[in-house]
Each structure stands twice: as C-alpha cells, then as structure tokens.
Ligand binder design. Structure first.
Ligand code: F6R
Length: 357
C-alpha cells in the first residue's frame, strides 16, 4: 500500500504504471478520432440494410461499447438493441438481425461461440477485433471485419470498440450527425484529461480525490436506469480490473426497492462503504428526487457519499465523460494500492485453464 501523498508525485504514479494505462487514457480523444476513420472505411454490404434488431455480443471491455451503443441509439431509432454477454444468443436472432461480434483479442470463447451461432442463423454479422480467431473466421466466412490497432488493454480500447459500430449504423442510415457528436465528445475528453492528468494535484483533481476516498474502502457505485446505469457498471469493473479491488454497483430506481433497506446492519461494515452517485442531466426528475432522499437515508451510516456529474450535451459525450472520470479514478486507486493497473492475472488464469479443459 502506498501513501495518499503519492498521488501528488507524478513520478510515483508513472513508476506504478509500467503497462502505461495512463498513456492509453490520455490518448482516448485521438483513439476516438482514429476509430471514426477506421469505421468509415469499412465496407458494409448493401444486403445489410433494414435490420429488425441489433445484437452486440462480447464480454468485459469488448461489451461496454455495446451498452453505449444501446443507450445512444435508444433515443434516435426504434430498432431494439441488446448486449449479449454469453455463449449463446437469444432465440429472436435471425437473418434480419445485425450482430456485432466484438472481441479485442479475437479469442474470447463466449464471443466465438456466439459468433458461430449467429452464422447459423444467417444474421448479418460484423466482426470488430484486433485479430485472433474471430478475425480469421469472419474473414474466411466473408463478413465485414473491422480491425482496430493492438497494444492496449481491451478496457482501454473503448473508442475503438464503440465508434466503428456507430459508423456501421450511420452507413445503414439508422443514425446521422455522428461528426457533431464526435466533435463534442473529443473536445470534452480533451478538456477533462487536462483536469484529471497525473500532474494536477489532489486538491484540484476530482479523480485523485475520489481514489483517495475509495482507498481502503468498498466502493459502491449507483447510476440511473437508461442513462448512467452502464457507467456505474463500468466504474465498478475498472475498480476491479485496474485497482484490483472489490466494488459493487446498482441503479435507481430499482435500488430504492431493495438495496436501500440494507443499510441497518452490520454497522461496522456499512461504515466501510464509499458511495458514488453518478448524476446526469438526462435522469428522470423523479429519479433525481429519489437520489436526494436516498442520500439522506444513508448519510450517517456509510463512510462517505460523492456525486459525480457527466459533462457535455449529447448522450454519447455525457456517458463517455463520466466513464473517463472513473477510468482515471481506477488508475489512481491502483497507485494507492501500489499495484500495476494493466495486468489482469485472474482473467488470464481463467482463460488459460478453460483453454485446457
Ligand atoms: C481486459 C478486459 C477484459 C476483456 C474480456 C474479453 O482489459 O477488459 O474484460 O475485455 O476478458 O476479452 P476480449 O476483449 O479480448 O474479447
């Protein structure tokens, strides 16, 4: 474990990050621009037009882009989207379904299994990957393959694993105005990174402040259904994968119908919970009220409550900006724990064990 003061030492933060997770974070705006260009040059067969539904199949860092896609297009088109984090696809998938098979490594067994099933149903498949088996299979099968650059962790490749899916929807005429969205997104991320980067001291750096609050505690992240729900899950995942620490998440209004009751016992453990409420201008007004009342209910029991607001106007920018703050928080938490944020030994171990059984 490191000292909280280490967050004011750029050198300490950098030596703690040999896998250079912070470089990947810094480059996110450029990654998004690159991803737009990669997606736009992919040719989509004319037979892919007029899809009846969309499935994004992937896991972990390769699935989160699908959630963003789902939220983003919910307010733009009537085409339903689901994100499938499993070996099998839902029974509604057929030849009118657009399936994005997303795997950064291209070797995730659940995604390869879902890909094979999609192929059987005659779905319109687009593979999004850096390589591996998924790339080989999809190329051999003659599906469009969007290949994104290697060299970073899947969870640091959110731009690469999201934006090309949007360009495909643009080509299919399902969305428009992507340039303006991307312009706002990259501007907002560029301004955020100035605020969150390692050389900004704790006193002015919201990500470092939240990491300090998470340190030695159990983070609990609350978002709102239909808006920041996905971001809450992402914050939790980043605390797990980068900070190598437990974290939990839930959403309003559902948590007001169960989780909120569980703040009476055991009081010693409740005092270890550090709550973050993700706030967004798009939250339902009644949900905003619920957040206020809920804070009141738990404020004397938990270790602390922090609210973090999304930035920007467009849905994509609002979700991505909140995600970006959480990404920085998780890397600073790794600094505090003295842990390299990049390796994910337990995931690698599981994948290796499963490959041999
Ligand atoms: C690692 C990470 C994981 C992977 C997941 C699936 O950075 O974020 O959640 O994304 O194990 O692997 P890929 O993305 O290669 O299909």
């Amino acid at each position: 474990m490191n000292n909280v003061n280490d967050l004011n030492s750029v050198e300490r933060i950098e030596t703690n990050d040999p896998g250079r997770m912070l470089d990947a974070l810094w480059r996110m705006p450029e990654q998004c621009e690159e991803a737009l260009a990669i997606g736009r040059k992919t040719e989509i067969p004319s037979g892919y037009a007029s899809v009846s539904n969309i499935v994004v199949t992937g896991l972990g860092g390769s699935a989160i882009g699908g959630d963003f896609l789902r939220l983003y297009i919910a307010e733009k088109t009537g085409v339903p989207v689901i994100v499938n984090r499993d070996y099998t696809l839902p029974a509604f998938v057929d030849s009118k379904t657009l399936v994005f098979a997303v795997s950064y490594s291209g070797n995730t067994e659940e995604t390869l299994s879902a890909y094979a099933q999609a192929r059987e149903t005659g779905a319109r498949i687009v593979a999004l990957t850096n390589g591996g088996k998924l790339r080989r299979l999809a190329e051999d099968d003659g599906y469009p393959v969007i290949v994104v650059p290697a060299g970073i962790s899947p969870r640091a490749a959110t731009g690469y694993l999201l934006i090309p899916t949007l360009t495909v929807l643009e080509k299919l005429g399902l969305i428009s105005g992507l340039d303006a969205e991307l312009d706002e997104l990259t501007r907002t991320l560029r301004s955020l990174r100035e605020e969150l980067q390692p050389k900004v001291p704790v006193e002015q750096n919201p990500a470092k402040q939240i990491a300090t609050r998470f340190y030695g505690k159990i983070p609990v992240i609350w978002g709102a259904a239909g808006s920041t729900e996905v971001v809450a899950m992402r914050w939790k995942g980043q605390v797990n994968e980068n900070g190598k620490a437990p974290a939990y998440w839930n959403v309003f209004p559902e948590l007001n119908h169960n989780e909120i009751v569980g703040f009476e016992e055991p009081s010693a453990l409740l005092g270890q919970l550090e709550i973050v409420i993700l706030r967004d201008s798009g939250d339902h007004p009644r949900v905003q009220k619920r957040m206020e009342i809920s804070k009141d209910i738990i404020k004397d029991v938990v270790s602390g409550i922090t609210e973090v607001w999304s930035r920007g106007e467009g849905r994509l920018t609002r979700m991505f900006s909140l995600t970006y703050i959480g990404d920085y928080v998780s890397v600073y938490l790794a600094t505090l724990y003295g842990i390299d944020p990049t390796p994910v030994r337990n995931i690698d171990h599981l994948k290796q064990k499963l490959a041999h059984s």
